[in-house]
Write a protein that binds this ligand. Structure first.
Ligand SMILES: NC(=O)c1ccc[n+]([C@@H]2O[C@H](COP(=O)([O-])OP(=O)(O)OC[C@H]3O[C@@H](n4cnc5c(N)ncnc54)[C@H](O)[C@@H]3O)[C@@H](O)[C@H]2O)c1
Ligand SMILES: O=C(O)CC[C@H](O)C(=O)O
Length: 331
């Protein structure tokens, strides 16, 4: 057996955590030989639920679980973390403006960024899931200033999985036979699901899938609005599919993959996206928590207005989130 890996999960009393933790402890992320020291963080009001989650994890008798600790203390939660899975976020409440949501969460991710900076291992790898995920990751990256930005990612794999599955269903093939469908930009309804680089059976997708009416009226809005459609149907936001996407993201980032996968990462200036903005890009994952933005997928003129819109939204989110945190002169 390997040395245990210390994994901190925030929002651990919530519904994604409830789906994700059993998958993690079954070895689906880091493999069946990787023991795990689990640290669960949630807010004070959720501590009783968290204790229940801990009891259930103990009762699962998972051989990979070497220890488990739960807390509502942010500093304590990140001590010596190897991996931080950040699910906890302030939910949007009735009557709340998006700006309020951004600013509430900015405060949470500032605090967590500072705690990670102070207490986590220097090699820590961080995955932000809590919404608004891109901007939360940007805030965290700013305040975890000693941690390399390439160690911080956010989740857009759910969007890629949704888009891939949608096309596979149209083609009546397995999702594993459809590659290179990407979702660019924000994890919001301005995201740009793009199938122009898609392949199946080693060749391009059939022309009928590239028909503009189909793209504008069916493919793009279905993927952009899928999260809202799940909420409408379930009266709760997606959790099972989100947990599966968290597993896919972390496994590919740590173990590596031949596929090109979507991750929200800090823009390095490529594709004309402003440095520092967290944007969903297609990435190569080489294993051990290393990745590279794939540089060579041209956007078609069809995609340009979509990219502009999601870029604009992310720039505005960045300004709104940081307005509450930084002096005006540094924005
Ligand atoms: N990026 C994606 O693809 C994606 C997909 C689905 C859901 N999400 C987001 O993931 C987040 C979690 O979803 P969920 O369904 O598990 O939500 P949930 O409401 O069931 O659980 C969230 C948990 O976070 C906790 N929390 C709130 N503030 C916290 C803080 N400051 N520190 C620690 N914990 C805190 C809450 O108490 C709650 O237990 C939400 O923000 C949701 O919108 C993102
Ligand atoms: O709040 C939403 O509209 C989306 C929730 C979640 O991020 C998802 O993609 O399922």
């Amino acid at each position: 057996m390997e040395t245990p890996m210390r994994v901190t999960v925030t929002g651990a009393a919530g519904q994604i955590a409830y789906c994700f933790l059993p998958l993690l402890l079954r070895g689906e992320v880091f493999g069946s030989r990787q023991p795990i020291e689990l640290v669960l963080l949630d807010v004070e009001e959720a501590l009783s639920t968290l204790r229940g989650v801990m009891m259930e994890l103990e009762d699962g008798a998972y051989p990979l679980l070497t220890s488990i600790h739960y807390t509502n203390n942010v500093s304590e939660a990140f001590v010596e973390s190897d991996v931080a899975v950040l699910l906890g976020a302030f939910p949007r409440k009735l009557g709340m403006e998006r700006r309020d949501l951004l600013q509430k969460n900015a405060v949470i991710f500032k605090e967590q960024g500072e705690a990670i900076n102070k207490h986590a291992k220097r090699s820590v790898r961080i995955l932000v899931i809590g919404n608004p995920a891109n901007t939360n990751a940007a805030v965290l990256a700013h305040f975890a200033s000693d941690i390399d930005k390439k160690q911080i990612t956010a989740l857009s794999r759910l969007d890629q999985n949704r888009a891939t599955s949608f096309i596979a269903k149209k083609l009546k093939v397995s999702p594993e036979d459809v590659k290179n469908i990407f979702v660019w930009g924000n994890h919001s309804n301005t995201q740009y699901p793009d199938l122009f680089n898609g392949v199946t059976d080693g060749g391009p997708l059939p022309d009928w899938l590239q028909d503009e009416t189909f793209l504008r009226n069916e493919f793009i809005p279905t993927i952009q609005e899928r999260g809202a459609a799940v909420i409408k149907a379930r009266k709760l936001s997606s959790a099972m599919s989100a947990a599966k996407a968290v597993v896919d993201h972390l496994r590919d980032w740590f173990i590596g993959t031949q596929d090109i996968v979507n991750m929200i990462v800090c823009a390095d200036g490529s594709y004309g996206i402003k440095k520092g903005i967290f944007f969903s890009f297609p990435c190569y994952c080489y294993g051990n928590g290393s990745f590279e933005i794939v540089p060579h997928f041209p956007w078609t003129p069809f995609g340009d207005p979509y990219i502009e819109k999601t870029k604009k939204e992310l720039n505005a989110e960045w300004e709104q989130a940081f307005a509450a945190l930084l002096p005006k002169s540094s924005l």
